[in-house]
Each structure stands twice: as C-alpha cells, then as structure tokens.
Write a protein that binds this ligand. Sequence first.
Ligand SMILES: Nc1ncnc2c1ncn2[C@@H]1O[C@H](COP(=O)(O)OP(=O)(O)OP(=O)(O)O)[C@@H](O)[C@H]1O
Length: 263
Amino acid sequence: MGVILEVQGLTKRYGGLEANKDLTFSVAERQVYGIAGPNGAGKTTLFDMISGHTPPTSGTIRFRGEEIQQLQPEEVCHRGIARTFQTPVVFGTQSVLANALVGSAFGRQGGSVKGGSVAPTLRFRPEEIDEALAALEFVGLLDKQAQLAETLSVFDKKRLMIASALATRPKLLMLDEPVGGLNRAEREQLVELVRKVNAAGVTVLIIEHVMKALLALADRLLIIHHGEKLAEGNPSDVIRDERVVAVYLGEQARDLVAALKGG
Ligand SMILES: Nc1ncnc2c1ncn2[C@@H]1O[C@H](COP(=O)(O)OP(=O)(O)OP(=O)(O)O)[C@@H](O)[C@H]1O
C-alpha cells in the first residue's frame, strides 16, 4: 500500500516551548493510524499543523506526494483531508442538515464559513444536498436532520462533526479524541462508526486517550511525549514498550493486550 501522509522533521515552537519536536512518521493508504500520549504531549498541535490551522516552525508534511505545510485549512480540505475537534464544534443554531451541508459545500466550493451561521454566500447545489444527506445517513443522524444542532447530545454532536467532515469527501479523516466523554455503549458505537469509515476506503488518523478504543481500531500506533516520538509501530509492540508503559500506560498496560485489533 502506498504512503498517503508523510511527516518529516516536524517542529512547532510556541515561544520557548517545543510543542512538537522533530516528528517523523508516515501513514499508509487505508490505514487506521493511532496517536496517543500524556496530556500536553503535542497531539492536537500535530493535527493543527496537518490540517493547516497553524504552520510548523520547521519540517514538512506531504499528502499524496504534495507538500501541504504552508496551505490554509480550506486548501488542505480541498486536497482531501478533513478533521474533527476534541470538543464538539457545531453551528448550534443551525439544523443538523445545515451543518452537514457546510461540509459538502465547503468541500466542493471552498470559501470560508465563519461565525454562528452558515455563510449566506454559499448556495447549495443538489449534489451537495445529496452528499450531506448521505453523510448523515452514514453516521446515523438522518432522522434528526431538522433538529437544531445545539439540542443534540454530546454523542450526536460528535457524530455530526464526523458527518460534516465526511461530507467534504475526504481521503484522510483526522479524529481528535472522538471517544472521550462518551459512555460505554456510545464508545462501542463510535468505534464501529470509525471502522465503517475506514472500510469505505478512508484513511484514518486518530488521537484517543481511551486506549481500549484506540487499540480496537489502530493498525499502527505513535506515542508522543513532550512533543517527541516516544515509540511507533505495531500496536502490540508499542504497548509492551517499557518506556511507553512507564510514561503513559502504567497499570493498564497488561489488560490492553486483549483489546488489540484482531486480538
Ligand atoms: N496556541 C498555543 N500557544 C502556546 N502554547 C500552545 C498553543 N497550543 C498548544 N500549546 C502548548 O503546546 C503543548 C502541546 O499542546 P497540545 O494541545 O498539542 O497537547 P495534547 O497532546 O493535544 O494535549 P491533550 O491530551 O491535553 O489534548 C502544551 O504545552 C500546550 O500548552
């Protein structure tokens, strides 16, 4: 399988703080690539650089062979990368369908969608409406399409963020802690949803603290500590790595073997 994303020597400094330091890794097409590490390790900063929300201090990010580290978020999106955020970000006073439409229209037309409402300059085409409805159906929110997004539960808001991201028709979907804050049944459903996204041919990059969920999904695992790569590779090796156990996993390490994908 070819490489879809290649990160080389990526560093991000905020003043004296190195939020990411010389990170290098690559993601193969159709892989589920998991990222974990202690709070403040630099995981979201890494996502912010890949999605164009903040430029790196140095290093390169190649997506399907093209350097993208200087692109704006909408340009990154048009190349086929979509993301969700740790805390659900939805247009609360808009309907569920309007939120998904922002994704399908943004993915095709570009432009910026700002503030608390869907930008009036966006005029939706029939195919964009179809795309938005398909994305809602995919995540299981079709029957709530007319509801205001702010009335949704956290679980549904998370699913809506995924639907909006999918409506841009990404080749790579980046999920920032999709499972955090959910109950057990919801966590299982979310894991199933990510599997379904991946089975549809989308490569997935996922940050997650809930290791059982992460291990149920990940084909490869990267552990970041103080902005640096602590370990990377086959999840079954990474969770047995002494440094990973010492710095991050602790007591839970032994129980996690049973949670491995395919295990
Ligand atoms: N815009 C910013 N300005 C200054 N410092 C920042 C900025 N964004 C992040 N940082 C710092 O960079 C470091 C890495 O933060 P980041 O949010 O990437 O970590 P994380 O691994 O995603 O953490 P968590 O697991 O808590 O979400 C932290 O020390 C954070 O305070």
